[in-house]
Design a protein around this ligand. Structure first.
Ligand code: FBP
Length: 272
């Protein structure tokens, strides 16, 4: 619908690319993720910095939006994630994300898009598929885009492919995201430009965003990774730890934006 298309543009610039800041880690990993730079445990402080640096969008769970959403200026896309899990759960239950918020509430909080995770291949895949279907049905009905964090993980994947980052696994997840109705996909790096390009192909035009991952000690390494994603046809990245675990995230975000939107050489982007 025109509503979905218009709201997608809150994240993507004219080049069809976006850099989005992710901050659900206090819930999903626990506040220890903020200990590298503890000041950033305060959502207002880190949000102010990322917005000032020119980020295209931010992704959070409903509670942080309620508390600090006014830091997200109107020109920044707001993605509200409606599923999660804590790291405190028994190990066997870690392969399930549960719904913790509702589409209507996200819209009241000013969301431009809603997001949900599906662990494709999990023993609990069935629950997450249904959850995603319900969220997508509501959101699409109201003209809102839906982002799927398409994260294949589970015992059979390990047995059959060895690792969840195998491109056959990642592209399967991306394809499953498309076929289940996602308007944007966030997924893992597959290790090479060639293999990631196949993930992009499998998504058949639905924008594929990189899921940032653990902080790279050398900032240029991460800029290089994002550059490869763009070269592979990826639509950008959703980045959490690589931003908020740095003492000084603003120049780093500006460098990332140059790589995402101008295909700038990572070494040059880092220097500027
Ligand atoms: P990062 O850039 O820090 O990896 O953030 C992206 C993200 O998807 C977060 O939204 C989420 O909390 C985290 O990664 C989940 O990572 P994992 O499932 O590997 O623990």
């Amino acid at each position: 619908s025109v509503g979905i298309r218009r709201r997608m543009r809150r994240f993507f610039r004219r080049d069809g690319r976006a850099l989005i800041f992710a901050m659900d880690h206090g819930f999903e990993h626990g506040p220890t993720d903020f200990e590298e730079h503890w000041e950033h445990v305060n959502p207002r402080i880190i949000l102010r910095k990322v917005v000032r640096a020119g980020i295209d969008g931010v992704m959070m769970l409903p509670g942080l939006v309620r508390m600090a959403g006014d830091e997200v200026k109107p020109n920044v896309g707001l993605m509200i994630k409606l599923t999660s899990k804590t790291n405190l759960r028994p190990k066997d239950d870690q392969l399930l994300q549960s719904q913790l918020g509702y589409v209507e509430d996200a819209i009241k909080l000013g969301a431009d898009a809603v997001a949900a995770t599906v662990y494709w291949g999990s023993p609990q895949e069935d629950v997450m598929m249904r959850q995603f279907a319900e969220i997508a049905s509501y959101a699409h009905d109201l003209g809102f885009p839906v982002v799927q964090f398409a994260y294949p993980r589970g015992p059979y994947i390990n047995e059959k492919y060895g690792r969840k980052e195998d491109y056959r696994v990642v592209m399967y997840g991306a394809r499953a995201a498309v076929e289940s109705g996602a308007d944007m996909i966030k997924t893992y790096w597959t290790g090479s430009r060639e293999s990631f390009a196949k993930v992009v192909d499998a998504a058949a035009g639905v924008p594929v965003l990189l899921s940032g991952g653990a902080k790279a000690e050398n900032p240029v390494d991460f800029l290089n990774l994002v550059w490869e994603v763009i070269e592979a046809g990826g639509a950008g990245a959703v980045v959490g730890r690589n931003i908020f675990q740095r003492e000084n995230p603003e120049p780093f975000i500006k460098a990332l934006l140059r790589v995402v939107h101008r295909n700038e050489d990572p070494e040059e982007a880092a220097k500027a």
